[in-house]
Design a protein around this ligand. Structure first.
Ligand code: AMP
Length: 285
């Protein structure tokens, strides 16, 4: 059975004790409502680390005032059972007051990387992410911290934060786990009705169209971005927010695909805001 901890000080003491014994520690930060994507992170962590901490915390700081903080699915009991089965020795499930006690006054803000893409339409979101992840990295001091490639911009922001603040973790990016038809698993897929669920596939179909074009070789960024935009425009239930070809690490927009880039897309489908991304390799398989 996983040990459930709510108190940050207790978590810190436990992790410091493990570190003194020379154990390697893996951290898997989540907002709970665990699915096979999260399980993939946990399994990777338990294969590579002696002790694994999964945090389950719906972080109020990363939700905007008109976003789904109150509605976000909270399923702690089912989540604990999934952690038990997948090698997480500790489930850290603090309350908002545990994480941000009275007087908490620090914001971690990563410049540059957070300005475009999802940062443009979700002001403050990545400050919330960087702040909670810094707090978690500081409490656990993990040897390795595991984040999903599904949230590509978040992964780059956390890498930068971890490096700049000297936490010393190796940040591991884990490939996106998908439904059989290609839709990226996400807790927010539950917001979709049956027709919307069908429509949501257009993000993946669009990205696949761009991958096919990239196989033919290099070209201007718009060629690949338009391929995605066209597929999404053909789906009446979906509304494109952005599609952008960027450098995979710096997230700076690429004018052309001459070397490997990352194509990121966000779209609204009914009540859900969905994101996805893929590597684009000119001339690649
Ligand atoms: P969340 O609970 O949605 O905040 O996600 C927690 C972690 O799981 C983040 O690092 C996400 O990138 C990762 N994650 C979410 N969905 C997937 C997925 N479909 N495949 C792989 N990782 C994922």
């Amino acid at each position: 059975m996983s040990l459930v901890i709510h108190d940050p000080r207790e978590l810190r003491e436990l992790c410091r004790g493990w570190a003194r014994t020379g154990a390697t520690l893996g951290l898997v930060p989540t907002m709970g409502n665990l699915h096979a994507g999260h399980v993939s992170l946990m399994r990777r962590a338990s294969a590579q680390c002696d002790q694994v901490v999964v945090s389950i915390f719906v972080n109020p700081k990363q939700f905007g005032p008109r976003e789904d903080y109150a509605a976000y699915p909270r399923t702690l009991e089912a989540d604990q059972a999934i952690c038990d089965k997948n090698g997480a020795g500790v489930v850290f499930a603090p309350s908002a007051d545990d994480m941000y006690p009275e007087g908490f006054a620090t914001t971690v803000s990563v410049a540059g990387l957070t300005e475009g893409l999802c940062g443009a339409s979700r002001p403050g979101h990545f400050d919330g992410v960087a702040t909670v992840c810094a707090r978690l990295h500081g409490l656990v001091l993990p040897t390795r911290a595991y984040y999903g490639e599904k949230d590509w911009q978040q992964l780059q922001v956390v890498r930068r934060m971890n490096e700049d603040l000297g936490f010393g973790a190796t940040v591991v990016g884990v490939p996106t786990v998908r439904e059989d038809d290609g839709l990226a698993l996400s807790s927010r897929n539950q917001y979709l009705g049956a027709e919307e669920r069908e429509a949501a596939l257009c993000l993946w179909t669009g990205l696949q169209a761009a991958v096919e074009l990239a196989k033919a070789g290099p070209g201007p960024a718009e060629r690949f971005e338009e391929a995605v935009a066209d597929v999404i425009a053909g789906e009446p239930l979906a509304e494109l927010e952005y599609v952008s070809l960027v450098d995979p690490t710096s997230l700076v927009p690429m004018a052309r695909l001459d070397e490997t880039g990352r194509l990121l897309v966000a779209a609204r489908v009914g009540p859900a805001r969905l994101i996805d991304n893929i590597a684009l390799v000119p001339g690649g398989e």
